[in-house]
Write a protein that binds this ligand. Structure first.
Ligand code: NAD
Length: 250
């Protein structure tokens, strides 16, 4: 879908790799200026911004912030707002998943998962959503998971709960920020990224693909296409929704 987002400013969290990176690329390709948030991969994030600016003639800026940390999120917002006069699009993509048996899990792991997968979304949406509401325009997309709907695995019990809570945040913020700001979530199934590199071995991938109606593991593009649609004018009447992009998994 051809889309014109020229003049709009977008912030994507965890955008140095995987799904977030692909969303940043597609936003830039559509003409939006992009803020690439990263936690540790400074060089990769800065290179991505350089490439996007060269290729698509847009403004791109890499900003470090651990989105699970309040001071970092506050700094991310103030740096973003001082470099761009407004933020029109927020994609809450950053997330972590520690895959392990329940008996091996710690409280620390639970806390870190919730802090990363939820706190940043809450804080960023609260602050930037209020500004969008004032501007009477905004698009917010949260990257949830189909584990939040019908694909529960005890080995990702904290992650699944955090993504279910993310769906709840999505609906509450959609109500709070209506009618000018759309807030939706995408719920990917198996996507081929570094997050799954230890779990999705070729054997497991083959087995899992058999459970998927489309007979394949998804790609970051599959997810980014839906995110871009939810940012486009064409999806203006869609808000407060959790939309699966999992190739058909039941
Ligand atoms: P990924 O591990 O490749 O990317 C996650 C990104 O988030 C990385 O860039 C990482 O640095 C960043 N990040 C992690 N913690 C951070 C923090 N504290 N502060 C800032 N950035 C941080 O994985 P991905 O598959 O691209 O995941 C992107 C999103 O998609 C996540 O929210 C994930 O839960 C969700 N998701 C992925 C899949 C999948 O199968 N890959 C399925 C469903 C949902």
């Amino acid at each position: 879908m051809e889309m014109n987002l020229k003049g709009l400013n977008a912030l994507v969290t965890g955008a140095s790799r995987g799904i977030g990176r692909q969303i940043a690329i597609q936003l830039a390709r559509s003409g939006a200026n992009v803020i690439v948030n990263y936690n540790k991969s400074k060089k990769i994030a800065e290179q991505l911004c350089f490439d996007l600016q060269q290729k698509y003639n847009i403004k791109a800026l890499a900003i470090q912030a651990d989105i699970g940390n309040k001071n970092d999120v506050d700094r991310l917002v103030s740096t973003a707002c001082s470099n761009f006069n407004k933020i029109d699009i927020l994609v809450n993509n950053a997330g972590i998943c520690c895959d392990m048996e329940l008996c091996d899990r710690t409280v620390g792991c639970f806390e870190k998962t919730f802090q990363t997968n939820l706190f940043g979304v809450y804080q960023l949406t609260k602050i930037l959503g209020a500004k969008m509401k004032e501007n009477q325009f905004g698009k917010i997309v949260n990257v949830s998971s189909n584990n939040s709907i019908n694909g529960f695995y005890p080995t990702t019990i904290d992650y699944d709960a955090s993504k279910s809570a993310l769906n709840s945040l999505t609906k509450n913020f959609a109500i709070e920020l209506a009618p000018y700001v759309n807030v939706n979530a995408v719920a990917p199934g198996w996507i081929d990224t570094d997050m799954n590199k230890d779990v999705l071995t070729p054997d497991v991938a083959e087995l899992e693909a058999k459970r998927i109606l489309k007979n394949r593991i998804g790609t970051p593009e599959d997810v980014a296409n839906l995110v871009l649609f939810l940012i486009s004018k064409e999806s203006d009447y869609i808000t407060g929704q959790i939309i699966a992009v999992d190739g058909g998994m039941f």
